[in-house]
Design a protein around this ligand. Structure first.
Ligand code: NI
Ligand code: MN
Length: 232
């Protein structure tokens, strides 16, 4: 089964593994660039990178409506359970869990994490998804860090098919560090995220993709919110 990855805007992604849809960091209704509304989202599991509002704004409503299991760190899991979201798999860095279509490993991210009401949100994370025969790294909000070389390492004869990387700068790594991240991760394809939502994180993603190619580190594809990439 092909795996289809859809960017709905900002840092929100839908990954159809062929045996279930994973939703990463639900932010729809207050997102100025979102391609859809939260009420129209269908998913089987929700993965959360950290507690900031631009990653969890529609988490409770979508989790409640769809009954999709939420995979998140311990602290966000506790916060969700207090608000009546019971279908939660709390985890922590280094842990791997089964998700529809394969597995998800909670990996490092260098950022911060507090929930919209000020509750401590635990450690931020990225995700390495082995789903539908593909390996997809979702970096989450992070700076560049040298462990990306380890995250991109070939395991079981397989490197990363896709790396979803923030390029917005200011709150995460910017375009130049994202090129260095591609150099370390060696994905077949890089997809830019966490940019263009508001003026402070505006970026020329098309120019960045050209720089990626010119640097000889890999290939990047720029999506418009609502666009998909299918991995055959
Ligand atoms: Ni953040
Ligand atoms: Mn963010």
């Amino acid at each position: 089964m092909p795996v289809t990855i859809t960017w709905t805007g900002h840092a929100t992604w839908l990954i159809n593994t062929g045996s279930g849809v994973l939703l990463v960091d639900p932010f729809f209704d207050e997102c100025p660039t979102a391609s859809m509304k939260s009420k129209d989202v269908a998913c089987d599991a929700i993965l959360v990178t950290h507690g900031h509002v631009d990653h969890v704004a529609d988490l409770i409503t979508i989790a409640t409506r769809t009954k999709a299991k939420v995979f998140c760190n311990w602290e966000i899991g506790q916060w969700l359970e207090k608000q009546g979201v019971g279908n939660v798999q709390p985890m922590n860095l280094g842990g791997t869990t089964a998700v529809p279509g394969g597995t998800a490993k909670m990996e490092l991210a260098h950022h911060s994490s507090s929930l919209p009401d000020g509750t401590y949100g635990g450690n931020p994370c990225g995700w390495v998804l082995d789903v539908g025969g593909k390996r997809i790294y979702v970096a989450g909000d992070t700076s560049l860090f040298s462990d990306m070389e380890r995250i991109g390492k070939v395991r079981g004869g397989k490197g990363l098919d896709v790396a979803i990387l923030p390029i917005g700068d200011l709150f995460t790594m910017g375009p130049d560090d994202a090129i260095e991240a591609i150099r370390l991760l060696k994905p077949t394809l890089a997809l830019p995220s966490h940019y263009g939502t508001w003026p402070p994180i505006e970026q020329d993603a098309a120019a960045w993709a050209k720089e990626v190619a010119a640097a000889g580190v890999g290939a990047a594809k720029v999506l418009t919110p609502g666009d998909s990439v299918t991995l055959a």
